[in-house]
Design a protein around this ligand. Structure first.
Ligand SMILES: [Mg+2]
Length: 160
C-alpha cells in the first residue's frame, strides 16, 4: 500500500475547511524525523496523532497529489478486499482461529492497518473530523437499532 498517497497542497487550497483541518494536524509533528516519533499504542495515542503521522508520511513522499477522495475511497476498498482474502472460504465459527497463527496474524494486522490508514487519509484530505463523524453515526445507528428491538438480532433496521 501507500504507493499513491496524494498532494494535499493543491487539494487543500481549494477548500478553506480542509486547509483548517490540515493546519490543525500539528505542524510540528509533520516535520518530525522518524527517530523522534513516539511509539504508538491504542491506549495512549490519539486519532489526531495518527492522522498527523499518516499525513506526514504522504507529504514526505509528495504523494498527496495522488490522494483524491476518489482514489482514497478505492484504495480503502482494495485494502478491505486484501483483509477479506485471509478469511475467504473459512467457516465463520472458526475464522477467529486464523489469528492464532503468528504469521497470518501479522499479515492480517498489516491489512487492517492499511484500511484504517486510508480511512484516516480520506478524513485528512476531506477535512472530516472523524471522531465527530463516528459519534454522529453511532447516534444515528442507535436510533435505527434501539436496544429493545435489536438486541441479539442481526436483522436490518427495516426488518425489526
Ligand atoms: Mg494491503
Amino acid at each position: 500500500m501507500y504507493n499513491k498517497i496524494g498532494s494535499t497542497k493543491n487539494i487543500l487550497s481549494q477548500n478553506r475547511a480542509n486547509r483548517r483541518i490540515a493546519v490543525n494536524l500539528a505542524p510540528a509533528q509533520l516535520s518530525m524525523q522518524a527517530a523522534e516519533m513516539k511509539s504508538m499504542q491504542d491506549d495512549r495515542t490519539t486519532v489526531g496523532e495518527i492522522r498527523a503521522r499518516v499525513l506526514a508520511f504522504a507529504r514526505e513522499r509528495d504523494w498527496e497529489q495522488f490522494h483524491s477522495l476518489k482514489n482514497l475511497s478505492m484504495a480503502l476498498a482494495a485494502e478491505a478486499g486484501e483483509l477479506m482474502e485471509h478469511f475467504l472460504w473459512a467457516e465463520s465459527k472458526t475464522s477467529g482461529e486464523i489469528l492464532r497463527d503468528a504469521k497470518k496474524r501479522s499479515a492480517i494486522e498489516d491489512e487492517i492497518a492499511d484500511v484504517v490508514i486510508y480511512a484516516l487519509e480520506f478524513a485528512n484530505i476531506g477535512g472530516i473530523d472523524l471522531a465527530k463523524a463516528i459519534e454522529t453515526k453511532l447516534a444515528k445507528n442507535a436510533a435505527k437499532y434501539p436496544v429493545e428491538k435489536a438486541k441479539g438480532r442481526a436483522d436490518k433496521y427495516t426488518e425489526l
